[in-house]
Design a protein around this ligand. Sequence first.
Ligand SMILES: Cc1cc2nc3c(=O)[nH]c(=O)nc-3n(C[C@H](O)[C@H](O)[C@H](O)COP(=O)(O)OP(=O)(O)OC[C@H]3O[C@@H](n4cnc5c(N)ncnc54)[C@H](O)[C@@H]3O)c2cc1C
Length: 299
Amino acid sequence: MSAAPAASRTPYEFFDAAVVRTRRLSPSIVRVVLGDPSLARVVSEGRDQRFKLFLPRPGQNAPVLPESLGADWYARWRALDPGVRGVMRTYTIRDTRSDPPELDVDFALHGDLGPASAWARRARPGDRVAVLAPVRRGNGGVDFRLPPGADAVLLTGDETALPAVAGILAALPEGIPVRALLEVAHPDDRLPLPTKADADVQWFVRPRAAPSPLPAALASTPLHGRTPYAWLAGEATAVRAQRRHLVRDRALPRQAVTFTGYWRRGTTEDQLLARAARPAERTEPEAARSPAPAATAKA
Ligand SMILES: Cc1cc2nc3c(=O)[nH]c(=O)nc-3n(C[C@H](O)[C@H](O)[C@H](O)COP(=O)(O)OP(=O)(O)OC[C@H]3O[C@@H](n4cnc5c(N)ncnc54)[C@H](O)[C@@H]3O)c2cc1C
């Protein structure tokens, strides 16, 4: 890929990057640090800032992408042989640094069933990837938006949502009451979550292969505040149940609940994308959402 245009009006651009180092943060979570001088142009808005990661398939040393990465990149990527084209997955920018330019991604490991989890388990310095990452603020890839007048925050999520929860907690104003219900696979996955907010973090360790404990935990948890704002992410079925409970049983206005299925049990992200492309199934989890395929350019 060539150098980026000097002044881009597109909110997301493609970057080549390589693994700089990895660190096992806990039994289920590995941090992969990506680096490349071009990553200096990435502009993360923090919180739950999403991006697309492209991974090589076994036997490839870099992800195969279309030759032209203009506004029609998504159609061109889909037109490539599905067995050859780079694996595309959605992740959260956990952190960025400028000197040297680096981008952190925290992967929740779930074995070798998924290509992204399998790749992250084995990632080594020098492994090549591509990222479709934001290059300006207002890029449309942040869902957590505290409404004016919200006097308390509810966060729920599993280990895939921990990077986003960490980013949201780090960004919240001093003293705002927050209740976070967080689900992990192992007691040592309960990572520190620094914040200036007045946060009450409750952890739930999920027994192996058990369904999410979060819908039941939420049902027995009082809400803070008179006008709370809720942000929910994690396994899609569990997220939907929590959202329904908040809107139907707790009478939260729909616009006070932001919810995102980060993955769906028994379904790959490729299958979710294919379903999202079918108009009748537009309610699928948000794998296909921003960065909008048409709104990107080649870096
Ligand atoms: C906006 C957004 C932000 C995200 N941010 C992060 C992030 O920062 N860190 C992170 O780890 N994930 C994150 N995810 C979730 C991640 O994209 C999915 O877990 C993805 O499916 C992983 O790809 P894979 O190739 O490993 O598995 P896939 O090939 O997509 O799926 C293979 C199988 O594994 C199952 N599966 C997928 N994920 C899990 C899981 N976590 N636990 C158990 N089974 C699973 C699927 O149901 C399927 O049966 C995010 C998702 C979205 C939409």
